[in-house]
Design a protein around this ligand. Structure first.
Ligand SMILES: [Zn+2]
Length: 208
């Protein structure tokens, strides 16, 4: 949950209530949000209910809601057993990769990491060996709905939420992260605070 000092939070920007604003729900999957998951994020279970509240609010405003889903092959250089930094997680077609059963689904699901790439950002995937980036379907879906602002929630704050938010800014979107509906992995202690600083510096609004 939020470990952000009050000084780094601010009220939701006006765009948050605009129909051209969308909610992007990042990786609320069993491996991250269930205590039995292989890469359980502390506070992940609470994130499911906080995210559902954000989904309900966005649906009430008639906003687009899009989900991302980490969807890895069984062997990928993303995993520690194959040269990466992460324990095996979100292997396609397994329980761990499924969206959390309590998560309310109210929009399209965009999969990432599908070809063995690192899939941190919801917008793009990077081939670990060649560095080549390829887009997911997220940008096309947002464009189709003429979305100019996004609010990002989900898991994990210091990894995929951060990458998605920064990518959103790079694409010219007005980006808000609801820290109250997110939580950090903290692979290295202090990652949460560093991510918050990085996001704020990039112009991302932190709320919650
Ligand atoms: Zn992953």
């Amino acid at each position: 949950m939020s470990q952000i000092a009050d000084s780094t939070t601010e009220p939701a920007p006006a765009s948050n209530t605009d129909p051209t604003s969308a909610l992007v729900v990042v990786d609320v999957q069993n491996d991250f949000a269930d205590p039995d998951g292989s890469l359980f994020v502390q506070g992940g279970t609470e994130v499911v209910s906080a995210t559902n509240a954000a989904i309900d609010a966005a649906a009430e405003r008639g906003q687009l809601i899009v989900y991302t889903q980490d969807w890895h092959p069984p062997e990928t250089p993303h995993f520690i057993d194959h040269g990466g930094v992460w324990p095996t997680h979100c292997v396609r077609d397994t329980w761990g990769a499924e969206l959390h059963p309590d998560l309310r689904i109210a929009g399209p699901v965009v999969r990432k990491g599908t070809g063995g790439e690192d899939g941190y950002s919801g917008f793009s995937m990077r081939d670990v060996n060649t560095g080549t980036e390829s887009p997911t379907e997220l940008a096309a879906i947002l464009d189709e709905h003429q979305v100019t602002a996004i609010t990002v929630v989900g898991l994990a704050f210091d990894v995929c939420v951060k990458a998605t938010a920064l990518d959103g800014v790079a694409r010219g979107l007005d980006v808000t992260v609801d820290v109250g509906a997110s939580a950090s992995v903290e692979l290295t202690e202090g990652d949460h605070d560093r991510a918050a600083t990085e996001l704020t510096a990039a112009g991302v609004h932190l709320i919650g």
